[in-house]
Ligand binder design. Structure first.
Ligand SMILES: Nc1ncnc2c1ncn2[C@@H]1O[C@H](COP(=O)(O)OP(=O)(O)OP(=O)(O)O)[C@@H](O)[C@H]1O
Length: 498
């Protein structure tokens, strides 16, 4: 008997299959809901003292360690014999729901653990109750980690309902078995059922995208109109014929622009940094200093302009025609620029020496023993010879930042970029980090430093750059920048910053 398209279409739309599809959907939804709630309860028990943890562990062990079909048959046949008669619907929902609870417990636990401890501590410090911290702080963040695997589990749940056919539950598979027997058209019937499953799962995939979008971190759609630009005279000292930025330019930005809605993060910024120069970028908060530094390293995209490293051009297209750069090209470029972040950004699962040795080992292909030896030497250089085996969590802020500097140095970069390296530090640690940076300036390294430490800039910079509202307004040698020859707006900034 060959395939008959007419019969297939008739079966596809048959009220029996339609009803069975509906049963499949609601059973999956209710079982998933039971499983998800149970998952949260079990995850809570796992985080509780031992007396609560053991029953949760036992439950998970039992339900994850035995086949779902065996659990369904147990609830269906063994429980009534033990004096607990369950109806067909209860058996189906309970077996799928309990099994899912065991699977969800780990997913929920992973989600809750993904929220960093300082978020809870910040809530406690505000005086929030534990349940308020959970509802307002932890849950909204954890849910972003929980939703993708939860959605995946629900897709599995839709298919797992077919196991209920074993206890004659009238879901899609069971009904199709009956239809195949009564019509003797198994090819058309099973094809129709497969299409039904596919349709349900496709709709679910679309809903899943919506949910993931809804729980993703929001960016504000509020558009602020920037205050009108105050016209300022741009003051740039023309570099002399033997200036490093003219003779040996390492890093050059040409006409970089970057807009965030109506806000101009970078407004036609050009600058050239010569080999061995120490350039400090100053400016009020929000003036575009970090955006510039990140664009120089291709971490932040620019709308247009060009960033040259040792004369090698890597232009951004204009705003309407962004060029997709091959990742390999960008990585090669980034490897030649070391970057130190405000928040240290050390890898928490690695010791100080592993953090420092990672780049040379993995990217420069240096042998492990040699990379570790070099890492120890660099850590010694930044005053952390006794901390090579410590993990980031065991180090103070200042020590972490010094490891970050050693890590940036480990790649022997052409230039080092510092993005407010001391802003997250207490006054005592700031001195140590600035001391290490000051030492580096004496070693011929090319450095671009964004900082609010005016005194430090005054001591170590070769050139001072001043930015305001995304514009580079001043570029002067240090000796001139801190004199009365500097423009009024810069001197006003210095007196404001104290
Ligand atoms: N991802 C973003 N989305 C929207 N606006 C942004 C974004 N990043 C930066 N901006 C805006 O661009 C401007 C420049 O920001 P940037 O972080 O570069 O300033 P900054 O000079 O480094 O400030 P600070 O000294 O406070 O760190 C600011 O007005 C900021 O609000």
């Amino acid at each position: 008997m060959g395939f008959d398209a007419g019969i297939f279409l008739e079966i596809l739309q048959s009220p029996l299959l339609l009803k069975a599809a509906w049963v499949t959907i609601w059973v999956a939804v209710v079982a998933q809901t039971i499983g998800t709630i149970l998952g949260f309860v079990l995850a809570g028990m796992l985080a509780a003292p031992r007396v609560m943890r053991w029953p949760a562990l036992g439950f998970i062990w039992l339900f994850k360690g035995t086949p779902l079909l065996a659990q369904i048959l147990f609830f269906y046949s063994a429980l009534p014999q033990m004096g607990v008669p369950l109806g067909l619907i209860a058996t189906g929902l309970l077996s799928l729901g309990l099994n899912e609870g065991a699977r969800m417990a780990d997913i929920v636990r992973g989600g809750l653990m993904s929220v960093s401890r300082d978020q809870r501590e910040a809530g406690l410090a505000l005086g929030l109750h534990h349940w308020q911290i959970f509802l307002k702080v932890v849950f909204p963040q954890a849910i972003r980690t929980i939703v993708p695997p939860l959605s995946n589990n629900f897709s599995y749940m839709i298919k797992a309902t077919s196991l209920l056919a074993a206890i004659s539950f009238a879901e899609l598979l069971r009904v199709s078995q009956q239809l195949a027997q009564s019509t003797t058209r198994s090819l058309e019937v099973y094809l129709a059922v497969a299409l039904w499953y596919l349709a349900i799962l496709t709709i679910w995939t679309l809903i899943q995208h919506r949910i993931e979008k809804a729980v993703a971190l929001k960016t504000s759609s509020h558009v602020t109109t920037p205050p009108p630009i105050v016209e300022r005279e741009v003051v740039r000292a023309e570099p002399g014929p033997d200036a490093a930025s003219r003779l040996h330019p390492v890093l050059e930005a040409r006409n970089l622009t970057r807009s965030f809605g109506p806000v101009k993060g970078l407004d036609d910024v050009s600058l050239s940094v010569g080999r061995g120069e120490v350039v400090v970028i100053l400016g009020p908060s929000g003036s575009g200093k970090s955006t510039l530094l990140r664009a120089l390293n291709w971490i932040e995209p620019a709308d247009s302009g060009d960033v040259q490293l040792n004369g090698e051009s890597l232009p951004w297209a204009d705003a309407t025609r962004r060029i997709a750069r091959p990742e390999r090209l960008l990585n090669e470029r980034r490897r030649r620029l070391g970057m130190v972040f405000q928040s240290f950004a050390l890898f928490p699962t690695m010791t100080a020496r592993q953090n420092v040795a990672l780049g040379p080992r993995r990217l420069l292909g240096i042998a492990k023993a040699e990379a570790l030896r070099a890492a120890d030497a660099l850590l010694d250089k930044v005053g952390l010879g006794d901390k090579v085996q410590s993990y980031p969590v065991e180090l103070s802020g200042g020590q972490r930042q010094r490891v970050a500097i050693a890590r940036a140095l480990s790649m022997k970069p052409d230039a080092l970029l510092f993005d407010e390296p001391t802003s997250a530090l207490d006054p005592e640690s700031i001195g140590g980090v600035l001391g290490v940076m000051a030492d580096l300036t004496g070693q011929g390294l090319t450095m671009v430093i964004v900082t609010h430490e005016i005194g430090f800039a005054r001591r170590i910079a070769d050139r001072i750059i001043y930015m305001e509202r995304g514009r580079l307004l001043m570029d002067l040698p240090r000796d001139v920048a801190f004199t009365t020859a500097a423009p009024d707006y810069f001197r006003a900034f210095l007196s404001r910053e104290g």
